[in-house]
Design a protein around this ligand. Structure first.
Ligand code: HEM
Length: 234
């Protein structure tokens, strides 16, 4: 197999910049264009929905990406890197559970069916698999910790599923943005070339670019502090 590409530009800085830009864009969308967010509301149920994309995107895409790269961006002992990695993933998982609860509550209160779209199927798979991945990683690599051979055999699968779930999170987010934009265009809430529709398209493009850079930074051998990401199950 060909060697992984060597990165000669500040990929980690770029990842952080794009992550901040994506977080800012979804917040501007929810607050400026969609009127804000609320965990409960009697008069505008859409405020409850708005919590969903914000938490999913910041948790499953931005924090997940930072967590994947923690072994290369955080200085210090391997134990500290591992702690940052699992803590960021834990926060991502909690945000996604609250985000799922918000959209579920919105559907209940508006009497909308659950799980009828491809986006919702991708999303539910993402949340379930991510939780299993986190629990298996915690159990094997942190507490109580598996045997040396158990850790060594799980590591390649943990890395594979980590990257796979990250790609799935991006695909799910892009499908959510597309679906919401089309819903709003069909309901004549926004125009095809409105600022809001363009912002949603741009955000989708940004997520795809962010995904490419996170994966590049993760697989590139020279990038980052010490390359402890691969080959060690300690
Ligand atoms: C990785 C991130 C995401 C995950 C895991 C996810 C997951 C889900 C799930 C499981 C549902 C079904 C809720 C139900 O049936 O009651 C749902 C609904 C929805 N989500 Fe997301 N979502 C994500 C990101 C987004 C984003 C960024 C948007 C952008 C606006 C979005 C828009 C929607 C919409 C419009 C619905 C309601 C219609 C439907 O059920 O498909 N989602 N999401």
């Amino acid at each position: 197999m060909a060697a992984a590409p060597v990165v000669r530009f500040p990929v980690f800085g770029l990842v952080r910049l794009l992550g901040l830009a994506a977080s800012a864009a979804i917040l501007v969308w929810a607050v400026h264009f969609r009127g804000g967010m609320a965990l409960s509301s009697e008069k505008d149920k859409l405020l409850i929905f708005n919590v969903h994309p914000v938490l999913m995107l910041i948790g499953f895409v931005v924090l997940n990406g930072e967590a994947i790269l923690a072994y290369k961006t955080v200085s210090g002992t391997k134990k500290l890197k591992k702690l940052v990695h699992l803590s960021l993933q834990f926060i991502a998982m909690i945000l996604s559970i609250v985000g799922l609860w918000a959209v579920w509550k919105f559907h209940n209160e508006k009497a909308i069916d659950h799980l009828y779209t491809l986006h919702s199927w991708l999303g539910l798979s993402c949340i379930i698999l991510f939780s299993i991945q986190w629990a298996a990683g915690f159990w094997t690599f942190w507490y109580p910790g598996g045997s040396r051979s158990g850790r060594a055999s799980l590591l390649p699968w943990h890395v594979f599923f980590g990257v796979f779930l990250y790609v799935l999170a991006i695909a799910t987010s892009v499908s959510g943005l597309l679906e919401k934009s089309i819903f709003m265009q069909s309901a004549k809430m926004i125009g095809r070339f409105s600022m809001e529709a363009m912002l949603m398209n741009l955000l989708g493009m940004l997520l795809v670019l962010l995904g490419a850079l996170v994966i590049l930074a993760a697989i590139s051998p020279g990038a980052g502090k010490i390359d402890t990401y691969r080959g060690s199950s300690e």
